[in-house]
Design a protein around this ligand. Structure first.
Ligand code: BG6
Length: 497
């Protein structure tokens, strides 16, 4: 008898984001977003946001969420002497038919992508949507449908229109809620019948996780802004969920959390407590509001610790209650160790850092390789929320070598995915209702953290380097053929290897 660990109809696929893949940043009426004024960086050089100051002088500031602002009176600007890797992305905008055909060849039943708000409303609050933007995504979704691929659409993937940042100060302004909801309503109506699965905000908890990078010196004002920003996004998300269900009762809407599994580095009780508080602040805070529809008890402690006083109305609390998500979706790359002790070796990670775990190996960018952490996260979160789950990002950023004959032997990437698929299988056997897996990214794209191309995640190689040179030609890697067989066997191949 064939074993069926992964349920029938399990969604297998991959994921990309508009700003990292599409390119065509100033084409067909699209407005600017922050990544368009963000330079390339590397594992040890930050990306910079560029601007012209009030006296007309060019400048740059390290891109650091609520800790790095452009100076008072400055305007975001694309400057001549810098390279902006997202401007071209990997040209998905012009090559989506070729790319979706390749995804179909791998056997995808789901493809996660994001809509760029600034293609639909170039300034974020325009009177009418931009027809060229609406047409582009319609064509992308129709192409997916042609192959029986279900689109899984992020409404926001780190790309608030820059004009909203400039005129309203971004998400610390309540007005952004209405602008977002109008954008969401437009696309919910426009793509009814073409899209079923939606995600409101990509890695919404990144805003608070970012604070760790400032160490003990982060001012309370930065926390005030971060928590207020999050509150307005929670309300926007909840109102969008409610609206989605009204527009089409078949719509399924999820949150999207940057999923990190935190471990206490020692059995010192102080480490255990600190670790639990880390889960509360970085993981549960956003997950609880979006999946349970209310702030958790510990929120009051978090706000008090930083003298945060939030603008929260009675109507907001009603909206949160009525706009609970249908599924818990998250990215998973790695784990981090938490300790109160000093003098340990530090390592980095996705929006986070911690002490080095002697039981794990690390990628060239310092991210821990820990499939058990994924099983742990799935079981812990399913127990907490009891709603269907999706792993919507998981992958290995690695250097790839193109052989003389053009082939790319990425067995390290196959090993990474095999181990994580086994971990998902174990969680499913233990009762977790996991319904989808979209690897990051199905095709090489611009790294969000470093802006590099050489930090490659794809099963499809893109000929573009860190300076933007290359043909942009696509070549399947060994992992492409391996994943194709995994999908054809509904995961059994990976479980049995
Ligand atoms: C997640 C993001 O943080 O991780 C993606 O949702 C990002 O946009 C991915 O690309 C991997 O991170 P990085 O920095 O290696 O691109």
């Amino acid at each position: 008898m064939t074993r069926t660990t992964f349920p029938k109809g399990f969604l297998w696929g991959g994921a990309i984001a508009a700003n990292q893949a599409e390119g065509a940043y100033n084409v067909d009426g699209r407005g600017l977003v922050q990544t368009d004024v963000t330079t390339g960086g590397s594992v040890d050089t930050p990306r910079y946001t560029t601007f012209i100051d009030k006296d007309g002088k060019p400048g740059k500031v390290a891109s650091m969420g609520h800790m790095g602002h452009i100076p008072e009176g400055a305007k975001f600007a694309v400057l001549e002497d810098y390279y902006y890797p997202n401007h071209d992305g990997v040209d998905f905008y012009h090559r989506y038919k070729e790319d979706i055909k390749l995804f179909a060849e791998m056997g995808y039943s789901v493809f996660r992508l994001s809509i760029s708000w600034a293609r639909i409303f170039p300034n974020g609050d325009d009177a009418e949507p931009n027809q060229a933007g609406l047409d582009f995504y319609r064509s992308v979704f129709e192409e997916c449908r042609k192959y029986g691929i279900e689109p899984l659409v992020s409404i926001w993937h780190f790309d608030t229109p820059l004009s909203l940042e400039e005129r309203y100060g971004g998400w610390t302004n309540r007005k952004l809620i209405d602008f977002y909801v109008r954008y969401a309503e437009t696309i919910f109506k426009e793509y009814k019948g073409l899209v079923k699965y939606w995600l409101t905000f990509n890695e919404i908890n990144g805003t608070i996780m970012f604070m760790e990078f400032g160490g003990d010196n982060v001012p309370d004002k930065a926390y005030q802004d971060a928590y207020q920003h999050l509150h307005y996004q929670f309300v926007a998300s909840a109102r969008a969920v409610k609206l989605a269900h009204e527009i089409d009762p078949d719509y399924k809407v999820g949150n999207m959390i940057c999923g990190i599994t935190y471990y206490p580095a020692t059995c010192d009780p102080a480490d255990i407590l600190l670790n639990e508080h880390k889960w509360q602040q970085n993981i549960y805070y956003c997950g609880d509001v979006q999946a349970k529809g209310k702030y958790p008890t510990f929120a009051k402690r978090l706000w008090k610790e930083r003298n945060v006083e939030l603008d929260i109305t009675e109507q907001d609390l009603i909206d949160l209650r009525e706009g609970k998500v249908d599924m818990y979706t998250f990215s998973y790359y790695m784990t981090n160790n938490v300790t109160t002790h000093t003098g340990e070796d530090l390592v980095g990670g996705n929006f986070s850092h911690g002490t080095k775990n002697p039981y794990l190996t690390y990628s060239d960018w310092g991210w821990a390789h820990d499939p058990s952490g994924l099983q742990y996260y799935l079981e812990k979160m399913y127990d907490r929320y009891e709603i269907p789950m999706m792993v919507v990002e998981n992958g290995l950023g690695a250097f790839d070598t193109v052989e003389e004959d053009g082939s790319i032997h990425d067995d390290y990437r196959i090993d990474y995915h095999r181990a994580h698929i086994k971990a998902m299988g174990a969680a499913i056997e233990n009762g977790v209702d996991l319904i989808a897996y979209t690897t990051w990214g199905c095709i090489d794209l611009v790294s969000a953290g470093t802006g590099e191309m050489r930090k490659r995640y794809g099963f499809i190689y893109v000929d573009k380097d860190d300076a933007g040179n290359g043909t942009f030609d696509r070549t399947p890697k060994d992992s492409f053929y391996w994943y194709k067989d995994v999908i054809a066997s509904n995961g059994q191949k990976a479980l049995e290897e």
